[in-house]
Structures are given as C-alpha cells and as structure tokens.
Write a protein that binds this ligand. Structure first.
Ligand code: PMT
Length: 229
C-alpha cells in the first residue's frame, strides 16, 4: 500500500469462529470464515502496522506478513488476546466467539443412548473477552468490537449495537448485519461503525476489504485525536 498511516503501530486482530469441543471428534461452532478479520489484518499490514492475527479456524488462506497465532476455542482465544493486547495500540475483535461451551468435554466419543430420542447437552458461559478488556484499564489501547445482529429493523439494530458497545466498554463498535445469507462467510458486508459517543461514524455496504479500510480509517482518526489531547 501507498498509505502508511499505521506505521509504528502494533495492532491485534482476531478472526474466524471459535469451536467448543464436545468430545474428541465434535464441536459447537459457527459459520465465521475469517474473511472479515483477515481483510482487516491484511489492510493494517499494508498500511504499515505490525499485526498480530489471532486466528480461530480460518477457512481462508493465512495472510502474509502477520504474526499468526492459531487458536480454536474461546478460552484459547482469550489467553492469546490477553497476552497480545499488552502494549498494543489497538485490538480489533472481528472473531465470532462462542458465548457458551459444553460444561464438560467427554474423553470418549459420545455414544447414542438407547433410552430415548433426545440428547441434552449442558452449557456454561464463556468469559466475555472484549468486555474483560474494556472494563480493565486499557490506557493507550483502542478497543474495536463488533456486534453481529440479525435484527431486520435498522433502528433496533443500532439500539442493540449501542447497548453492546456500552456493555463491553469498546471505544469503537462495528454493528454488522448478519443472517442466513449475510455477514458470515459472504464476500460482502453491511456495517455501521459507532464511535465512543454512540454517534454513527460510517455506514457502509461493500466488500470485506473495503469494510476493513473503513474500520482502519476510524482507527487512524481516533489515534490522531489521542495524539492531540
Ligand atoms: O468471518 P466472516 O465469515 O468474514 O464473518 C465476519 C463476521 C460477521 C463474523 C464479523 O464481521 C463479526 O461480526 N464478528 C463478530 C461476531 C460476534 O461474535 O459478535 P457478537 O455480537 O456475538 O459479539 C460482540 C463482540 O464481543 C465481538 O467483537 C466478539 O468478538 C466479542 N465477544 C463475544 C463473545 C465472547 N464470549 N467474547 C467476546 O469477546
């Protein structure tokens, strides 16, 4: 890239979808491909940043030039992000993280139970990684969260995004419209980017690389503001 406006910055990006193991051969997962997070990592690298990519089960090729850390479950992602976030200029949480995991992982493949037609799996809450970072002191580290929402009404979608930004303590929040055929795994994406005052900074429907560029423009503008303070 020609534009090196992220030179000297260290940026941590999470991408992909977590998998929560049930037994040695099964997991609970989601349809995140990693396309959006990888596009952010690639764009940040092209703009001169030093990028740590925390990659959960990517369905796309690894980007070049990034410090790549592979993880699978939410707990592994939490450990990797917590370590990488120390001293980073920005953390961008594009990964789709499971809110729950199986209460226990079976050492053997779970067998069909002869006694009935159903099977109940008990789940326990995963830590909210973004909220953990957002509610701890994070001076000098800009936190960019996402909110993947299926709400069809635009006003309600924004309300959900604003509530999520506050609940998680993110400085910037990307409200991402998702559904059976949008957001997850698609090549295009529809987002509204909210700043720290809940104002709409950008509204965009475009390719995932173009959405990545818009998110990084907001990151750069926030860096400029902190430098002026
Ligand atoms: O990978 P793709 O196929 O390209 O799809 C991209 C995407 C739609 C997955 C991506 O753009 C996106 O929206 N990512 C966020 C998905 C998500 O987990 O959203 P959420 O609303 O459940 O979570 C809100 C935020 O909290 C996210 O930044 C998430 O990373 C974070 N989170 C969620 C749960 C949890 N236990 N810990 C977290 O930190």
């Amino acid at each position: 890239g020609e534009n090196h406006d992220l030179a000297g910055r260290r940026i941590v990006v999470t991408a992909g979808g977590t998998r929560e193991p049930l037994d040695p051969v099964r997991f609970l997962g989601n349809r995140s491909s990693g396309k959006q997070g990888v596009a952010i990592a690639e764009a940040a690298r092209a703009r001169g940043a030093e990028v740590t990519l925390i990659a959960a089960n990517l369905e796309v090729a690894d980007p070049a030039g990034c410090d790549l850390r592979r993880v699978s479950s939410a707990l592994e992602l939490q450990a990797a992000v917590t370590e990488a976030a120390r001293g980073a200029d920005a953390v961008i949480m594009a990964a789709a993280v499971a809110d729950y995991r199986p209460a226990s992982i079976s050492e053997q493949k779970i067998k069909k139970d002869g006694s009935g037609d159903g099977l109940t799996i008990e789940l326990v809450r995963n830590p909210d990684i973004l909220a953990g970072l957002g509610h701890a002191p994070h001076d000098g580290t800009l936190l960019v969260g996402f909110a993947a929402e299926t709400e069809p009404d635009d006003g309600r979608l924004l309300e959900l995004g604003r509530a999520k930004r506050r609940a998680k303590g993110a400085d910037v929040l990307v409200v991402n419209r998702v559904g059976w055929n949008e957001g997850f795994a698609s090549d295009d994406n529809s987002v509204v980017i909210l700043g720290g005052d809940d104002e709409i900074v950008t509204r965009l429907h475009g390719t995932k690389p173009s959405v990545a560029g818009a998110i990084l423009d907001v990151v750069v503008s926030k860096f400029a503001h902190t430098a002026e303070d």
